[in-house]
Write a protein that binds this ligand. Structure first.
Ligand code: PLP
Length: 342
């Protein structure tokens, strides 16, 4: 039986081209600043995203947490969406590592963003309040269903944040999906933030690694915090080599978006399954299966018996993600399975 793994775009395996680049990679001790391949990856990533510098980190979580450390002081408050990865899935790290308090706000990426953000920023003069110093956005928004925030929305939020002296960090784990979906350049998004993290290891297919980009001064500080977290890797060029190949394959994300739309339409046609097709903008599909009288766990099990892997995203929500290792034939097979669910 065919297996179609739609659990996440993190399941992608390195391509032959990546493995060959890894085998050939020139390496050195990166903690001593001597790994030429890591340096090349950092320079390439910074140029692609339009920031002065970039830092190679072990994971998206590490990139986000280094950014929180470098952008805040103990006791500060950080505004995030209440569904943001930083709040939802990073094990409470901002409290553990940065000793900051998160201020989760529902609807931060929606049409009322400016009003909601303004209302969440603390009055500096009130002795009872923590100081708000950082705002985090997520583009694309994973729990939102892979939805895209436009550069113009980001610009308006950034300008507001600056009026109040806040730094803005973007969890851009899938920022290239956002750029490809809107036909815009990654730099158009990254202009409107102080720091941005993006992943090499999701739809771009690298085995490991993310980039954290910002000003030279920010990245110098971030490099120290990465060391604090034990993230100083030595001959990391072996991983960076795969990252460089990954950065050369951004355009292929468009195929994942087409596949996601195909899957979403078939899911939406199953009686009892609800999919908001307007929200299927990139490579993520979130379906509500409550109308089938099933929990998400049950729905996922039914798919799994037929070789289609998905994950639960809540008691009645199921998430499916398309990626490099899901071919058109895989999508067609998954559609056949979905169409025959009962
Ligand atoms: C939006 C978002 N941010 C951050 C991360 C964290 O990346 P990692 O799994 O590399 O720590 C993920 C991972 O799925 C993500 O979806």
């Amino acid at each position: 039986m065919r297996t179609v793994d739609l659990r996440s775009d993190t399941v992608t395996k390195p391509t032959l081209e990546m493995r060959e680049a890894m085998a050939r990679a020139e390496v050195g001790d990166d903690v001593l600043g001597e790994d030429p391949t890591v340096k090349r990856l950092e320079a390439t990533a910074a140029a692609m995203i339009g920031k002065e510098a970039a830092l190679f980190v072990a994971s998206g979580t590490m990139g986000n947490q280094v950014a929180v450390l470098a952008n805040t002081a103990r006791g500060n408050e950080v505004i995030v969406d209440d569904q943001a990865h930083i709040f939802y899935y990073e094990v409470g790290a901002p409290a553990v590592l940065s000793a900051v308090q998160l201020r989760p706000v529902a609807g931060l990426h929606g049409p009322d963003a400016l009003t909601l953000i303004k209302a969440a920023i603390r009055d500096k003069d009130n002795i009872h309040y923590p100081e708000t110093t950082l705002l985090c956005l997520e583009n694309t928004h994973n729990r939102g269903g892979g939805t895209v925030m436009t550069p113009e929305q980001m610009r308006d939020i950034y300008r507001l944040a600056k009026q109040y002296g806040l730094s803005v960090h973007v969890d851009g784990a899938r920022i290239f999906n956002a750029a490809v979906a809107l036909g815009r350049q990654p730099v158009e998004f990254a202009r409107w933030c102080d720091s941005i993290m993006f992943c090499l290891s999701k739809g771009l297919g690298a085995p490991v690694g993310s980039m954290l980009a910002g000003s030279r001064e920010f990245v110098d500080r971030a490099r120290k915090y990465r060391k604090v977290l034990g993230g100083g890797m030595r001959q990391a060029g072996i991983l960076a080599a795969a990252g460089l190949v990954a950065l050369g394959s951004v355009d292929r994300l468009a195929e994942d978006h087409i596949h996601a739309k195909m899957l979403a339409r078939s899911l939406a046609g199953v009686p009892g399954v609800q999919v908001d097709l307007d929200k299927v903008q990139t490579n993520i599909i979130v379906a509500d299966v409550s109308g089938m009288g099933m929990t998400s766990d049950e729905f996922v099990s039914v798919l799994e018996e037929r070789g289609v892997l998905a994950i639960t995203f809540g008691p009645t929500l199921v998430r499916l993600v398309t990626h490099r290792d899901v071919s058109r034939e895989d999508v067609e097979y998954a559609i056949e399975v979905i169409n025959n669910i009962n």
